[in-house]
Every structure is written in structure tokens, then in C-alpha cells.
Ligand binder design. Sequence first.
Ligand code: SF4
Ligand code: SF4
Length: 67
Amino acid sequence: MGTKKRLLPVVERGSCVACGTCQNVCPRGAITILRGLYATVDPAHCVGCGMCSRECPAEVIRMEVHT
Ligand code: SF4
Ligand code: SF4
């Protein structure tokens, strides 16, 4: 009871090419390219819209259900 499910993006870091597309399309500024190597998501700011996942040209962001 009281558990809220939400969708959060999970980045397959090893395959991220750090292009910055996800960072640019995120309406909440929730994505940072860490050390220029891979994308990371701040769950505190993410609203689970899935834009990053849809727009990633390398298709390395999948949306997962978190409880
Ligand atoms: S759009 Fe995809 S490949 Fe580009 S930085 Fe984001 S996760 Fe990495
Ligand atoms: S799901 Fe939406 S809000 Fe969350 S990181 Fe991706 S683009 Fe940003």
C-alpha cells in the first residue's frame, strides 16, 4: 500500500556514445553527461516522459518500472 510505480530511464553506459541528444531533449534537465563519457539521470528531476529513450540515436536508454 502506498507504493507508487514510476518509469525511469536506465542508460546502458558501456554503449552510450555521449552525443548529448538525451540531455538536449529532456524537458526537465535531468540528464548529465558524466565526464563526457556517458549519460546519467537524476531521478529527483526525471518525470518519466521517455523522450530521452525515444530520441537516443544509439538506442541505449530503456524505460524501466521502479516501485
Ligand atoms: S542520447 Fe543516447 S548515446 Fe547520446 S548521450 Fe544520451 S544515452 Fe548516450
Ligand atoms: S524520461 Fe523524460 S524527464 Fe526523465 S530523463 Fe528522460 S527525457 Fe528527462
